[in-house]
Design a protein around this ligand. Structure first.
Ligand SMILES: Cc1cc2nc3c(=O)[nH]c(=O)nc-3n(C[C@H](O)[C@H](O)[C@H](O)COP(=O)(O)OP(=O)(O)OC[C@H]3O[C@@H](n4cnc5c(N)ncnc54)[C@H](O)[C@@H]3O)c2cc1C
Length: 269
């Protein structure tokens, strides 16, 4: 039997859209080809390609005769990184939760106005592991943009997992239900200040020497960078136990921030 390899990219179309909280829009997508997707991809990184104003369907990349990834007319469309919140294998639906953030952004604006049949391009799933599956204790820290990664990861932890989740939100109405193991404590915080203070206190009480602790950080650049520094410098957390990805940067759109994110992720503290 041959296994089909996934295409480089495919079109996906809106199946349904639902505002699940004040700042989160859940969109389910269908596609003629979800080869390479499985239920266990929850939390994986994906790339979304957006149509130009004069297009219905965005351009998709292809490999030229030399195997190089190429774009029609040589122009890459507006591209954003998102997370597989869930993949429903039975119904063949991909679920993505978009933050309805206030500053104008192509992706957030598209999600606010999306209706059934609207088309995007999709590449992935990919990206690094979001947590260490064989750890003894798990910590997740993030903001609204990290909720899909955190929610999907919690659903994959062992049932008897112990740990803590810290999520920063501005509005209590964004406290959505997360399916989590019983012994994972969930803390919603209303400011970066509250989040940082509470986490620091909690981190100091952990047995870093004798416990295998997995930490996952995602969200706004400054919080991720600051906490990563503390984890590496103060608690000597090995890189293999750390997922630290700044998902966005205040005041910068993705075009302006993309390169910097990769430098931040490559930086050794
Ligand atoms: C690996 C990875 C996974 C991600 N997964 C998700 C996900 O599942 N869901 C999700 O919503 N986002 C996710 N993001 C973040 C998302 O890619 C960015 O928020 C992106 O900037 C949104 O694009 P945009 O076109 O809406 O805004 P942009 O055009 O990029 O930015 C416009 C303005 O909006 C601000 N802005 C951008 N994002 C936010 C935000 N979240 N809150 C407040 N202000 C913001 C920017 O600072 C800028 O001022 C992920 C990012 C990465 C790297």
């Amino acid at each position: 039997m041959t296994t089909q390899s996934p295409p480089l990219a495919r079109h996906i179309s809106v199946h349904s859209t639902e505002q699940i909280s004040t700042h989160l829009q859940r969109i389910r997508f269908k596609s003629e080809d979800f080869t390479g997707y499985a239920k266990c991809d929850g939390g994986a990184h994906i790339k979304l390609f957006f149509p130009n104003p004069d297009q219905q369907a965005p351009d998709l990349p292809f490999r030229n005769s030399l195997g190089k990834i190429t774009w029609p007319n040589g122009k890459k469309p507006i591209t954003r990184t998102y997370t597989v919140r869930d993949f429903d294998e039975e119904l063949q639906l991909l679920v993505i939760d978009f933050v309805r953030h206030e500053d104008f952004g192509i992706a957030a604006d598209w999600a606010k106005h999306a209706s059934p049949g609207d088309l995007l391009g999709l590449a992935g799933p990919g990206g690094p592991a979001r947590f260490k599956i064989d750890a003894e204790y798990w910590i997740f820290v993030g903001d609204l943009s990290a909720i899909p990664m955190i929610a999907a990861s919690l659903e994959q932890l062992p049932k008897d997992a112990h740990g803590e989740v810290w999520i920063e939100i501005e509005d209590d109405s964004d406290q959505i239900h997360l399916n989590k193991p019983e012994h994972i404590k969930l803390h919603w915080c209303n400011s970066t200040h509250e989040l940082n203070n509470n986490i620091r206190h909690s981190l100091q009480n952990l047995d870093w020497k004798n416990k295998d602790i997995s930490v996952s950080l995602a969200g706004e650049n400054s919080t991720v960078v600051e906490l990563r520094k503390i984890l590496i410098q103060n608690f000597q957390l090995p890189k293999s136990n750390l997922y630290a990805v700044p998902y966005w940067k205040q005041g910068h759109n993705e075009e302006a921030y993309h390169e910097e994110r990769h430098q931040v992720m490559d930086a050794i503290e």
